[in-house]
Write a protein that binds this ligand. Structure first.
Ligand SMILES: C[S@@+](CC[C@H](N)C(=O)[O-])C[C@H]1O[C@@H](n2cnc3c(N)ncnc32)[C@H](O)[C@@H]1O
Length: 303
């Protein structure tokens, strides 16, 4: 690989293009501090099986020019459609998004709400072209309540309109930067276990699964129509063990359920054979401002 290709990820200053529950912007420094020794010096394939808004992906790719290639995956097909459209058709996407932005911002009050709900219904039909679906996804994300993504069991997006005065709906510069970065990224939509096919001893996995809820009432982890419950957390643990046995390094983050309930040893017991660190973070997406206090997060590694 040539020098210019090598530093490719570093050139484009791409940032997450969505608001996403569990976005990792706040603990990025902790994540980088706990990367394996010598991470910056080796040829690495970076693999992120729960990509979400890509906060960690974009930060790691722009910080480490030794990363040769990357693989991202998310089970949410609508989300992955947005990544693929940004990669392949950024200019066309910008045209649609600018139009949605113009139309939405030229309305007020009830008319603006009606517009939002009409676009939400259109999105849920899933009958538009992939470029329009991607534009609708970004539009809904920027204008809905708290930037949440929540679907019912029929996979219909059901978050109500938000109250942002002048939301930034189309950030063309960032879409182009993200598009440039994604040219070197393999984009998958499948269950996380599928990423095993891309694993080798040169890979590094970062897992940011849906968090185990801290309390029953705080349970927001429905990014998709399928729940990510304790059985799923255990399935992920078994996947991590499989990688470990194959000498593949990984890092995983999750909520520190013990910081809310001193008796809850779920992750401490499950990952007792690995390294568990606790870091501070303020939860960003919570409708109740009282509950946005400091909660620990876990960073678990097999090195
Ligand atoms: C906590 S979020 C990731 C947040 C991301 N790190 C960020 O900064 O935005 C978890 C993601 O896992 C995805 N997900 C849920 N179940 C999955 C599965 N079985 N396989 C792959 N992805 C899954 C969700 O769609 C969601 O985007």
């Amino acid at each position: 690989m040539s020098v210019s290709q090598n530093s490719f990820f570093k050139v484009a200053n791409a940032k997450p293009f969505l608001k996403w529950a569990g976005g990792k912007t706040q603990i990025l420094n902790d994540i980088k501090n706990f990367l394996p020794a010598g991470f910056a010096e080796k040829e690495i394939t970076y693999i992120e099986p729960f990509a979400g808004s890509g906060a960690v992906l974009f930060s790691i790719l722009s910080s480490f020019s030794n990363i040769q290639s990357a693989v991202i995956n998310d089970v949410n097909e609508d989300l992955i459609n947005v990544y693929r459209v940004i990669a392949e058709y950024p200019e066309e996407l910008i045209v649609y998004l600018k139009q949605l932005e113009y139309e939405y911002l030229s309305l007020n009050g009830e008319n603006q709400k009606e517009y939002f709900y009409a676009k939400r219904s259109l999105f849920n039909l899933r009958s538009s072209s992939k470029i329009i679906q991607a534009a609708l996804f970004i539009f809904l994300n920027r204008t809905c309540f708290n930037g949440l993504y929540r679907v019912n069991k029929n996979n219909c997006f059901n978050v109500p309109v938000g109250s942002y005065k002048k939301p930034l709906i189309c950030n063309s510069e960032n879409i182009l930067a993200v598009s440039a970065v994604l040219q070197k990224v393999e984009i998958l939509t499948a269950d996380f276990e599928k990423t095993y096919e891309y694993a080798s001893e040169d890979s590094f996995f970062y897992f940011d699964p849906p968090y185990k809820p801290i309390t029953v009432s705080s349970s927001f982890n429905s990014y998709s129509k399928d729940k990510f419950d304790d059985e799923e957390q255990i399935r992920l643990y078994n996947f991590c063990v499989k990688l470990d046995k194959n000498n593949i390094k990984w890092m995983l983050s999750n909520s520190d359920v013990k910081s809310a309930d001193a008796e809850n040893y779920f992750f401490d017991e499950l990952y007792s054979g690995f390294n568990i660190r606790r870091v501070k973070a303020t939860r960003r997406i919570n409708s109740n401002a009282q509950k946005r206090g400091l909660l620990n997060e876990l960073i678990i590694t097999n090195y």
